[in-house]
Design a protein around this ligand. Structure first.
Ligand SMILES: *Cc1c(COP(=O)(O)O)cnc(C)c1O
Length: 464
């Protein structure tokens, strides 16, 4: 037990990690290979060149444990990194819990979330490869804002397909992207085959991350190499870039002279949670610790708690490589919940494997209960969190109350992935009692899962 209780633990910018930690060589089993969407055979690095620059493809498949963060990327990141680690002292008191609660706060980045950690790196590698324009999708707008900002820093044009329901719920995220010079469309659009197809079936389609990904990938694929595509979560290289969060947190927990029993994150595609936990997973395996890892997800879109571990497309129409992951089915359309960043049908392959191995647990929560947690947290800690992060806070509060009931000194660490200053309309809806608690959409999921691709995994070459 630390003798002196601090409120925050900060690192000097010279203490920012110099390398990302790549968990691929340290996973309990090799990650199942991504497959070609047409042939269903393992894909070669060159197959991904139409959409990604080689440096990122190499990171996607790298067997190096540590990958140096390039100087120009470090230089940008140090504008807000290392991010602070707080001890939630007033929250602990309000809950009257013996648990010690710590949070890593990623809302200090200029756009307000963890996403610039990878956006800056991705735009940098594209710029190095001579790329002048990048297309992408965004849910709540956090990713689009991050890539737009990074594009402005490195002089790369950014085109964003923003999920329509968020475009309408979060107009200021669109203004923010435009401020950074990006072009923003409400997805589904009439600009792509994927968008036109979806609109033909349902002109009121609210959009989804999977569909917006299809649109953005199509733009890159059809550009003949001039436009690349960028994804803000799910992929190995994205999770890699987020490991700065966990490496810093390890140093900060050491400063606090404490160590977590449980590490919690909200999980949409899995990147913020992975960024925090991966270095702690490494430590747990190295030192045989019993650290628990808990993913918090929405009941309306419960990829890990209710999905299947299967090969599936990353997008809705089936243009991306097949990845082995927890999925609800690639054309599952989640209800329009206010945590737009968590409305994704799949889960990062790395996180999926960790869940399959029993290393990462998962729990799902309803909208009203996460906003209740967010409001309690705001009153104690002053930070109004993003609806996505509120899922993690709900899980933290439940853990802290369980610790109290059990009379245990549990140490809880979580990733406060972003602030909610652009999400106040969602808070208003909560206060008005106008938020619907969507049940787990079992029929829609069962229907979507009938369209999972059938892969004969036994026939794939071993070791791939
Ligand atoms: C995008 C986003 C998420 C969800 O994405 P992950 O890849 O699962 O981290 C969570 N929190 C915030 C604030 C986000 O912007």
């Amino acid at each position: 037990m630390p003798d002196k209780i601090h409120t925050k633990y900060v690192l000097d910018e010279t203490e920012m990690p110099r390398a990302w930690y790549n968990i691929l060589p340290d996973l309990p089993h090799p990650l199942p290979a991504p497959l070609h969407p047409g042939t269903h055979q393992p894909i070669a690095p060159e197959d991904m060149l139409p959409i990604f620059p080689m440096a990122l493809i190499e990171q996607e498949m790298s067997s190096e444990r540590y990958i140096e963060i390039p100087g120009p990327v470090r230089e940008v990141l140090t504008q807000w990194r290392p991010s602070p680690l707080f001890r939630a002292r007033r929250l602990e008191k309000a809950l009257d819990t013996p648990a010690r609660i710590y949070y890593k706060y990623e809302g200090v980045s200029p756009v307000g979330s963890h996403k610039p950690n990878t956006a800056v790196a991705q735009v940098y590698y594209n710029k190095e490869a001579g790329i002048k324009k990048i297309s992408t999708e965004t849910g709540a707008g956090q990713w689009g804002s991050s890539l737009a900002m990074a594009g402005a820093f490195f002089g790369v044009e950014i085109e964003v397909f923003m999920v329509k329901v968020s475009y309408e719920q979060k107009p200021f995220r669109r203004s923010m992207m435009q401020t950074f010079g990006a072009t923003v469309h409400a997805s589904p659009t009439n600009l792509t085959d994927a968008g036109r197809g979806a609109l033909a079936k349902d002109p009121d389609n609210p959009g989804s991350l999977g569909l917006a990904i299809s649109e953005a990938v199509e733009v890159a694929v059809k550009s003949g190499g001039t436009i690349k595509y960028s994804l803000g979560s799910v992929l190995n290289h994205v999770l890699l870039h987020q490991t700065v969060v966990g490496e810093e947190a390890l140093l900060q927990m050491a400063k606090a002279d404490d160590y977590p029993d449980i590490v919690i994150g909200c999980a949409g595609g899995g990147s913020n949670m992975a960024g925090l936990i991966i270095p702690f997973v490494r430590e747990a395996r190295k030192k045989a610790l019993n650290t628990r890892f808990l993913a918090a997800e929405p009941t309306a879109c419960p990829s890990m708690t209710r999905g299947v571990y299967s090969y599936d497309f990353g997008d809705t129409v089936g243009m991306t490589p097949l990845m082995k992951m927890y999925t609800l089915g690639h054309d599952f359309m989640p209800p329009g919940i206010h945590a737009g960043g968590l409305r994704y049908h799949g889960m990062a392959p790395i996180m999926s494997l960790l869940h399959e191995e029993g290393i990462v647990e998962a729990q799902s929560y309803h909208q009203n209960s996460i906003f209740e947690a967010a409001v309690l947290f705001a009153k104690q800690e002053g930070i109004i969190c993003a609806p996505e992060s509120a899922h993690a806070i709900r899980a933290v509060i439940d853990e802290a109350l369980e610790a109290k009931a059990a009379g245990e000194e549990r140490v809880i660490l979580f990733n406060l992935s972003g602030h909610g200053h652009f999400d106040m309309l969602s808070y208003d809806k909560y206060f008005e009692g106008a938020l619907q608690d969507y049940d787990y959409p079992i029929e829609a999921v069962q229907d979507a899962q009938t369209r999972l691709p059938t892969i004969d995994e036994a026939a794939l070459a071993p070791g791939d």
